[in-house]
Design a protein around this ligand. Structure first.
Ligand code: ADP
Ligand code: ZN
Length: 525
């Protein structure tokens, strides 16, 4: 009974070596390949760049019939097919970008068994006529790429993916392999369920991306923070994610004005414009893409050196996928996020518009996890991987928390100054204004309010703007200040503030988290 698998082992190894030119399988690949060669369904969970494609490409070349690969994006199909054809593998794609004649030609070749791998879009594969054609062919394997598109819980739901279980019904004996880089547990379970996989062999790789350094910076003046960061990244490729199209356009324009080779990308642009940007980025003609989440699947650029989140993403899953576009080449890369605690409230207000209640609750829970990740003071990578049920015992040594552990200082005096300033300004003003008064800014608004005569005016001018913003945010966090959203976000003291003002206890505060630490360090001393 050992004989058969052994023959197959040598066989798939030969294919790996002689056709793809690799000497060893990566973790998990051979087990998955063997499972489908034995006609078992499979679910392959590997991070991007983990080597998912070979898991179905090698069976496709080993099995006698046709392998049908379902892929959601035309650009993905084209790339993959071009790569395979360069290796002289008989691969084609079929979608509506082809002419009638081209499609007929492919059908002919399929009929003659002259194609080993056929890439198709889900909407195409589900068409009655197409399914009829398939039923006349010898199909050995279905591979569902980007399988998380099947799930409502995923970050990229596609309605057509939901119907792919029809393939399972029509071809019950043909094994089906689902592949995704989604690490989210709910989504994984949903994939098995929605596709109707039967007792699949499941391979879960490690989702750790050790070469990516995670950093969360407090967000003060994001544009200047960004400009300062980019000075350290001259000529490098990077992606900057913003939540709104408007902001994408603004930031892209500012970067272009500053002489950076940057382009915008969002769903408000035409397909042609978007394709143009994506191609230019792939060819290093554009260095920086400023984008919404629309810039996603299909970016297969190995040398993205940084992914920067200008705003907090909606879930840890989204954060992980987006940061995961950095460092695919395995070389050092950075994931940076600018975080303003006030954004939490802003994002949450968006969820109120979701009418489906269950949906809203899921979105809220996911966002809450993201928010607590952003606020946490423990190793970023540990939190990320734990979220995906990949338990990691040791701190990573390659995130901002590990490299620059949070420092605390006795913030009692600063807190008293800030609280009394809010009080003296009659609790009618927001963060920025209070910071200006504390720092003694000479603004007409302050003069009009006669606030330059307050005893707290300029009382904290030895500290930076960022220092005071951070202190005020922490006072909100500690429940000493409350922010009235309905009143122009004005700050007011809570009952708890009294004890601090009276000096009844000392208050430990955290230093603001900044990358360019040295700029602020002396001011904190
Ligand atoms: P994924 O689809 O999981 O994002 P890919 O299938 O595109 O990843 O693989 C990422 C890269 O790793 C590709 O360049 C691929 O050729 C390479 N690769 C995959 N398997 C191996 C292997 N066993 N040995 C060496 N390189 C591999
Ligand atoms: Zn760490």
């Amino acid at each position: 009974e050992n004989q058969a698998p052994n023959i197959e082992q040598t066989n798939i190894h030969t294919v790996l070596k002689e056709i793809f030119g690799y000497s060893e399988f990566r973790d998990g690949q051979s087990a998955v390949i063997n499972a489908v060669l034995c006609a078992q369904d499979a679910l392959v969970l590997l991070p991007t760049g983990g080597g998912k494609s070979l898991c179905y490409q090698i069976p496709a070349l080993t099995l006698p019939g046709l392998t049908v690969v379902i892929s959601p994006l035309i650009s993905l199909m084209q790339d993959q097919v071009a790569q395979l054809q360069a290796l002289e593998i008989k691969a084609e794609f079929i979608n509506n970008s082809l002419t009638f004649e081209q499609q007929q030609d492919i059908y002919q070749r399929l009929h003659h068994g002259d194609i080993k791998l056929l890439y198709v879009a889900p909407e195409k594969v589900l068409q009655y006529e197409f399914k009829e054609r398939l039923s006349n062919l010898h199909i050995s394997l279905f591979a569902i790429d980007e399988a998380h598109c099947v799930s409502h819980w995923g970050h990229d739901f596609r309605p057509h993916y939901c119907r792919l279980s029809e393939l399972k019904q029509q071809f019950p004996t043909v094994p089906m392999m689902a592949l995704t880089a989604t690490a989210d547990i709910a989504t994984r379970n949903d994939i098995v369920h929605q596709l109707g996989l039967s007792q699949p062999y499941i391979h879960t790789g490690s989702f750790d991306r050790p070469n990516i350094r995670y950093t969360i910076e407090e967000k003060f003046k994001p544009l200047s923070q960004l400009m300062r960061y980019l000075k350290t990244q001259k000529g490098q490729s990077g992606i900057i994610y913003c939540t709104s199209r408007k902001r994408v356009d603004e930031v892209a324009e500012k970067l272009a004005d500053a002489g950076y080779n940057a382009a915008a990308y969002h769903a408000g642009m035409s397909n042609e414009q978007r394709q143009f940007v994506q191609t230019a980025f792939a060819r290093d003609d554009v260095h920086i893409v400023v984008a919404t989440v629309a810039f996603g699947m299909g970016i297969n650029k190995p040398n993205v050196r940084f992914v920067l989140h200008y705003d907090i993403p909606k879930s840890i899953e989204a954060y992980y996928q987006e940061t995961g576009r950095a460092g695919r080449d395995g070389l050092a890369a950075e994931a940076i996020m600018y975080f303003d605690p006030a954004d939490i409230g802003r994002v949450k207000r968006f969820f109120e518009d979701i009418t489906d209640e269950q949906r809203r609750r899921v979105e809220e829970q996911r966002f809450n996890a993201m928010a607590s990740f952003a606020e946490a003071q423990t190793c970023r990578r540990q939190i990320l991987l734990n979220y995906f049920s990949e338990y990691k015992r040791e701190p990573c040594g390659n995130c901002d928390i590990c490299l620059n552990p949070p420092k605390r200082f006795d913030g009692t005096l600063a807190a008293q100054q800030a609280l009394s300033c809010v009080y003296r300004a009659e609790q009618r003003f927001g963060l920025g204004y209070i910071v200006d008064v504390l720092r003694g800014a000479n603004t007409s608004r302050i003069r009009d309010n006669q606030h330059h005569t307050l005893s707290t005016y300029g009382i904290g001018k030895q500290h930076s703007n960022e220092f005071w913003l951070s202190v005020l945010r922490q006072l909100i966090h500690h429940g000493l200040l409350a922010q009235d959203i309905t009143q122009g976000a004005s700050l007011r003291l809570t009952e708890a503030a009294r004890a601090v003002l009276k000096g009844e206890y000392t208050l430990q505060l955290a230093e603001p988290r900044l990358q360019a630490k040295h700029v602020y360090q002396d001011k904190l001393a």
